[in-house]
Design a protein around this ligand. Structure first.
Ligand code: PEP
Length: 258
């Protein structure tokens, strides 16, 4: 397994000045002391170009938060995966629970977006996770399984050629009740969910491809809980929301990688 991946999801936060400043800060740190993990920041769409410029010649990669399933066309307000690649992105998040709830995105739509991302040479970060009610009803693993089977592009690795997508997709397990709430799943719950996802990936993609998919945990990852979470088996990194907006916190999470 390569380095762990620490991905920052800035969500709908940041104007040009602050976004550029945060990216410059991270890039400067990463240029002077290469972190023991892969770092990725996913700013809102209007910041992709200035943040990409600020990250130039640094190991910090650029990602986006969503893409359309079509490459281009009459889809007002949307953005196509080839546009993201053209803006310098290597990754794109698809199926974040806020997209699923705010925009009613289905597993089939998420799968189409992931396939579009891979076709454009991007690594899709496919998000899934159960709600609090689903966990309370004992349905967490069943929900995770059905979302994974429905959202993952058909056969992997999904990428072609030698671009970043050739490595296949990334999966992010994010229990909805842990996102932005300060609650985190226990190490035992995370191990159970990630182990289940790993088993499914092996079944769906084949053992070797299934083992090479990075599975990120997301949900209130902070500097003070990152080391424990990142040490859990089959946790190959983290998808970080709130704490990715502070350079010190995001950097500290990266430094927690074992
Ligand atoms: C997220 O947005 O994917 C996320 C995990 O947010 P937070 O870290 O704020 O819970």
């Amino acid at each position: 397994m390569p380095h762990k991946l620490i991905a920052g999801n800035w969500k709908m936060n940041g104007l040009k000045g602050a976004g550029r400043e945060l990216a410059r800060d991270l890039a400067a740190r990463a240029r002077s002391a290469a972190p023991d993990c892969d770092l990725l920041v996913c700013p809102p769409a209007q910041l992709l170009i200035p943040v990409g410029e600020a990250l130039a010649d640094s190991p910090v990669q650029l990602g986006a938060q969503d893409c359309h399933a079509e490459a281009s066309g009459a889809h007002t307000g949307d953005i196509g995966a080839p546009m993201l690649a053209d803006a310098g992105c290597s990754h794109v998040i698809v199926g974040h629970s806020e997209r699923r709830s705010d925009h009613g995105e289905s597993d089939a739509q998420v799968r189409a977006k992931a396939a579009a991302a891979a076709a454009a040479g991007l690594v899709p970060i496919v998000c899934l996770g159960e709600t609090e009610a689903e966990r309370a009803a004992g349905r967490a693993l069943a929900v995770i399984e059905s979302q994974l089977r429905g959202s993952l592009p058909e056969r992997g690795p999904v990428g072609g050629g030698t671009g970043p997508a050739a490595a296949g997709p990334v999966v992010a397990y994010e229990p909805v009740w842990a996102i932005g709430t300060g609650k985190t799943a226990t190490a035992g719950d995370i191990a159970e969910a990630h182990g289940h996802i790993r088993g499914l990936l092996r079944e769906i993609l084949g053992r070797s491809a299934g083992d090479s998919v990075r599975i990120l945990y997301g949900g209130s990852v902070k500097p003070d809980n990152a080391a424990e979470i990142l040490a859990v088996e089959d946790v190959d990194g983290a998808l970080v929301g709130g704490a990715s907006l502070k350079a010190d916190d995001f950097w500290a999470i990266g430094a927690s990688c074992p």
